[in-house]
Design a binder for this molecule. Structure first.
Ligand SMILES: [Zn+2]
Ligand SMILES: [Zn+2]
Length: 297
């Protein structure tokens, strides 16, 4: 039996942080969710919630993180500025993003002068970038005891079947999302369990089959619930979805549970509580993400 994964929510907002008091029950930070899989920590996106994950990593002396970026909109990047492990010479940070858009160059541009005093090339941590083609599957770049880096080989085109992998090796699948400028959705899996992260994706008739296939049988579907159906009408083409669509997808894919997040920055705690109640009445396997929430998988 594989050990439990511990998923923790660090940021639930879309577009921009919302730090006033009426937002703090669900939380004011932008998108970041971590997954501690026992041998390391994965982070889905690097919104302002990433700062909290960085502090926790320092407190717990965790030296390795793999950050999976959905895309380069600022609500998914602004936690990179205050990410303390960058300043730890023993830390090793792997950052994954969509190939073909030059994301490493953009991150160097963003986290550096004049926007930030210390550039990513100057920080003491070892930073590695991995450019992923939409639809590509790869093994997490974990070091094995011999010091080999399997993902590098996979990315270089070697057949992963040639490598003898431990059964609990983390595999990651990707799917292009429907979002202005594109996004990358992730499924993290081992032989025993899987989690799907599908943020910044507007449900569409063209996407529904691919999303259901991608999420089939997953233990948890993390879904873009940025808008209510009424508000979505006014924001068609913005690249976001609703909790109702998340519930329909969960049922169709046979996912065990759905976690709604990336809430519109204007939705207060009172409003989200009402929406969450409606969602739970519609589907007892659905819940809304709150900062600090921990889910064991
Ligand atoms: Zn976003
Ligand atoms: Zn976006």
């Amino acid at each position: 039996m594989e050990e439990k994964w511990i998923l923790q929510v660090h940021g639930v907002r879309g577009s921009a942080p919302a730090a006033e008091r009426e937002f703090l029950t669900y939380g004011g930070n932008t998108s970041c969710i971590s997954l501690d899989y026992g041998r390391g920590v994965l982070a889905f996106d690097a919104g302002t919630g990433l700062s909290g994950l960085g502090r926790r990593m320092c407190d717990k002396n965790i030296k390795r993180a793999d950050i999976l970026l959905s895309h380069l909109h600022m609500d998914h990047l602004s936690g990179l500025f205050g990410f303390l492990p960058f300043y730890d010479p023993e830390a090793e940070i792997h950052i994954y993003g969509r190939a073909g858009i030059g994301f490493p160059e953009y991150l160097h541009l963003l986290v550096g002068r004049p926007f930030w005093p210390v550039g990513l090339k100057e920080v003491p941590a070892r930073i590695r970038f991995h450019e992923i083609e939409p639809g590509q599957s790869f093994a997490l770049a974990e070091k094995n005891p011999a010091g080999k880096d399997p993902a590098e080989k996979n990315l270089a085109g070697r057949n992963p079947a040639e490598e003898k992998e431990p059964e609990n090796r983390i595999q990651i699948d990707t799917l292009p999302g429907n979002h202005p400028g594109g996004s990358l959705l992730y499924r993290v899996r081992t032989a025993e369990k899987s989690v799907v992260y599908a943020l910044d994706c507007e449900m569409s008739e063209e996407m529904v089959d691919a999303l259901a296939d991608f999420s089939t049988g997953s233990d948890l579907l993390i879904w873009d619930a940025a808008f209510t159906p009424r508000d979505l009408e006014k924001h068609k083409g913005w690249g976001h979805s609703t909790w109702e669509q998340g519930i329909a997808l969960r049922r169709r894919a046979g996912a065990k549970a759905a976690l709604m997040t990336h809430f519109s920055q204007g939705y207060t705690d009172g409003f989200l509580q009402q929406q969450e109640q409606l969602a739970r009445e519609a589907d007892s396997a659905a819940c809304f993400a709150r900062e600090g929430m921990v889910i064991r998988i």
